[in-house]
Every structure is written in C-alpha cells, then in structure tokens.
Design a protein around this ligand. Sequence first.
Ligand code: 8YV
Length: 330
Amino acid sequence: SNKKPLVVVTRRLPEVVETRMRELFDARLNHDDHPMSQAELVEAVKTADVLVPTVTDKIDPSVLAQAGERLRLIANFGNGVDNIDVQTALSRGITVTNTPGVLTEDTADMTMALILAVGRRIAEGARVILDETWNGWSPTWMLGHRITGKRLGIVGMGRIGQALARRAKAFGLQVHYHNRRRVAAPIEEALEATYWESLDQMLARMDIVSVNCPHTPATYHLLSARRLKLLKPDAIVVNTARGEIIDETALTRMLEAGEIAGAGLDVFEHEPAISPRMLKLARQHRVVVLPHMGSATIEGRVDMGEKVIVNIKTFMDGHRPPDRVLPSML
Ligand code: 8YV
C-alpha cells in the first residue's frame, strides 16, 4: 500500500537518521531519550507496524504477547539481538533484522584499545595526572606488560573477531581463535591465525583472551567459573561483546584473588550497574572498565541508522530485508 508504515523508535538517534525516517515513514520518535519501560514497550508493540528497539529495550515474550496484528517487523538498532526474544517473534510471524557490518571496525578498535589500556596501564596513568599525584619519572614505576609477541585468543571469529585479528597481527600478537566452525583456509592464512577446536585447551595457553561472539543461550557464561580457572594467572580478559558471556561474579572473585591478572570490560552482566567489587578492582590496577562504548562513533551510529532504514524500506516494499535474523544465528 501507499500508506506510510508507523515506525516506533525507542531512543533518540542521530539527527540525520531521524530526519530521513520522518521523510520515509510515519515515524514516532522518542524525544525524551530514556530506556523504555515495559509499559512503554507494550504500548509501542500494540500500535506499531515496525518497532526499532536498541540494546536497552527488552522485547521479551511478555511484551511480544501483547503485540498488535500490525506489528510485522522489529528492526533492531544494533548488531546483537539478545535484547529480543527472536524465537518468539519469529513464531508470531514477526521478521527481525539487525545492523551487522557497520560497527565491526569500531568495535575491533575498542577491543584493541582495551588490550593496550590494560597491558600498558593507560587509564591508571591518566588518573595519576588528574589526581595530581605524579612525582616524576622513574625507571621502575608504572611498568606494564609488552603487547608484542603475546598470545591472543579470540573467542568468536566472526566479523569483529577477524577485524581484531588483523589489528592484533599488526601489533605483533600471535593470533589464536576458537569458533563453532573453523573459518575458511584463505582467511585463516591471511590472519596467520591458529584454530583451536577446544576452547578449554586454547584458554589454558593464552596471555590475552578476547570475547567477540554473540550472546545466545549457547554462549551464556561460556567463560564460566570452571573455564576461567583454566587461564594462566598472568592472563588478561577483554570483553566488548556482552557481559552475559562471562560469569562476572567468578571473574571478579578471580581478579580479587590475583588468579587472573587483569581485565578490560566494555560490557557487564547487569549494565548499567557495576558491582562495588568490580569498581574497587577498577580503582586498583589492571582492570579497565568502559560504559558500553564499542560501537560509539558518530559515523557508526549513522551507518547503523541507515541500515535500519534500508531494512524497513526493503521489507515494506515486499522484499526480503538484507539483515534478517535467522533461527540458525541464535
Ligand atoms: C550498541 C551493540 O551499543 O550492536 C550491538 O550489538 O552492542 C552496540 O552497537 C547497542 O547494542 C545498540 O542497540
């Protein structure tokens, strides 16, 4: 039909994205930017043709149960879709799309930044200046650990994992990875990456472990207390994926006990809440925490918005949207 679809967007998006959405759709933009409550989400799914949620909106079965007949598409503003009960959505005939590809390089940059920040005590050094406690240079003070030559184990060798591997190679790291499936030989060769079929065996040998897989029922607490214990005591853990993939309580306990040397975390199990224990660790050394900034670039957020628009337009034109989430991806 020629009628513009009613598109409900839960959060403020970059200006250019909102303008384009207003031109193309009957866009209901949220001017008071806040994570939507369950009641607001229910209201949205009752009236919308298309819902555009973000990571802060829990589209769970109880919300989906109240979806109106009109709701045909959930076009997630974000790559990870763990905020949506995709299984339930699909079973109700609702298509789900995400925004892959456009945040790959930015997230890989942030992962590398966390590796460097933990290894070279960047955040700690910056704090010394800000606290005005710097007493001058010393040969034995503020020593970190060399990055070059260390072994990096990437858990999840998708787009972001591979982008991280390219950067890691340039930094002289030895790249190792675990993935459900081994990546194609030419890619593996180009990255000079060593495949580990056994995650456990890989973990035991790495200096740095980076989590770069999606959060699904299969990866919830993939880095469990048992697996974290396999790490070398001088290893560091980096996570720019989802907090739920690591047992954060176990990680906290091991960091406190010095059984893991450090961590660089951009995501948390109960964000935006950070436990007081994690906070205390971050105030000491070798723990760097960031507020879910992996894809936070202006360019990235505009590209994500454009992806959302293309997905909606294609779907409304009666075609298969480019970034459909399939059950095989869950
Ligand atoms: C966003 C992300 O912070 O795409 C993802 O999976 O984590 C980030 O790009 C957020 O999820 C957007 O909804």
